[in-house]
Unconditional design. Structure first.
Length: 396
């Protein structure tokens, strides 16, 4: 039986300010962060009967701590949604939040939902240490704890070591491949902070950020004002003794959540709102895990091809900044993409990268940018650890 593919619209998008590792949001559980953005999203759409939400899709990259047991369902209940509203949690590591948006959009396009919420949440501050279950009871001797904050843990011994390199070492490999030196990476990072600081000063993020009650965090906590090349040059390489990747030109560890309201045309009529943007196409691709940072290259090409567009048709791009070297490597492989269109209001190097939430954050950012412009086409894309790329094309 054939079904007509429906148009999918982004009605609204909201996020928390992003907190530093151990910072202002470290005392807030990830399921509470998720519940906060769900409540904020519903409050911004008074015409929405919460019972009309067909499903809640949330991305999360960890799943080992307080966000366990399907954080999407937990957040929906905590947010006060009716018990009849289901929820599902998806994990595509750094792309989890955008994967949630793609999956929600796909459900709407196929007629399995009319109104859905999609987003993501991550508390890297609260990611627990885990202890592997011993092979026998009451083991003698010390036991190893694993941090679940970031990166590989309990790696399968069958995994080839070349595919299990640390994320920062992968950034070094990208820098080597494209001849990206330390100065270029530092300059890019400084520019990201400068754009983000200016955007906050100009009120650019006011329409999409919902601060948490009782927490003194009016803006993204990792944004640094007034950085200089001299200060950046003093930072020690983080992954190689003579390397180029430092804490200054890498995204920080962060906490935050983001959510988008999606609907078809029937849902729009029920909501009584003009959408921010329309979903045009998406794509997920994969590559050698050693060069995971270049994942957006093929994903972006594929998504644009599915939309019948080229890079010259884009008016804005949010390319998640895991590392400065990674973004510069992507730009080197995408000569048709105008760098001036990329992350115009700062990226994750400044704003932060709460893994499961970042994809939803950049999708929401593109939607808001298109709405403010009144017209245009935008691209949201991320690299993903272990070698994947994800991209979403929106238009207004």
């Amino acid at each position: 039986m054939s079904r007509t593919v429906r148009e999918v619209y982004v009605v609204d998008a909201v996020r928390t300010p992003v907190g530093k590792y151990g910072g202002a949001l470290a005392g807030t559980r990830p399921d509470d962060l998720a519940a906060h953005v769900l409540r904020a999203l519903l409050a911004r759409t008074p015409g929405l009967d919460p019972a009309r939400v067909d499903d809640v899709f949330l991305g999360n990259a960890n799943g080992a701590g307080e966000e366990n047991r399907n954080v999407a369902r937990m957040a929906a209940l905590l947010a006060g949604l009716p018990v009849t509203v289901p929820g599902t949690t998806v994990n595509r590591l750094c792309g989890s939040g955008l994967e949630a948006v793609v999956q929600a959009g796909r459900a709407i396009a196929l007629g399995d939902a009319s109104i859905a919420v999609a987003g993501g949440a991550e508390s890297m501050s609260r990611a627990p240490w885990v202890l592997q279950k011993p092979g026998r009871g009451f083991p003698a001797g010390p036991q190893e704890l694993w941090s679940t904050t970031l990166g590989w843990r309990m790696t399968n011994p069958a995994m080839p070591p070349k595919w299990a390199v640390p994320l920062g070492e992968s950034a070094e490999l990208v820098a080597e491949k494209h001849g990206i030196d330390r100065e270029a990476q530092d300059a890019y990072a400084l520019a990201s902070h400068a754009k983000a600081a200016r955007a906050w000063k100009d009120g650019h993020y006011d329409a999409e950020v919902a601060p948490l009650d009782g927490i003194d965090l009016p803006r993204d906590e990792s944004v640094r004002d007034g950085g200089t090349p001299a200060v950046m040059a003093k930072l020690t390489p983080s992954f190689r003794p003579a390397g180029t990747v430092t804490a200054g030109n890498s995204s920080p560890l962060n906490d935050g959540a983001a959510a988008l309201l999606l609907a078809d045309e029937d849902g729009l009529r029920a909501l009584g709102r003009e959408p921010l943007a329309r979903v045009r196409a998406s794509a997920v691709t994969a590559l050698d895990p050693r060069y995971f940072g270049l994942g957006p290259v093929e994903a972006s090409r594929t998504a644009l091809a599915r939309a019948g567009l080229g890079f010259e048709d884009l008016t804005t791009v949010e390319l998640n900044e895991a590392f400065a070297a990674q973004v510069l490597g992507c730009l080197a492989e995408l000569p048709a993409l105008d760098p001036a269109k990329v992350n115009p209001y700062g990226g994750a190097l400044a704003l932060g990268h709460p893994l499961g939430a970042s994809g939803a954050r950049i999708a929401g950012a593109v939607a808001h940018q298109l709405a403010r412009a009144g017209t245009g086409t935008g691209l949201a894309t991320l690299c993903i650890g272990v070698g994947q790329g994800l991209a979403l094309v929106l238009e207004r």
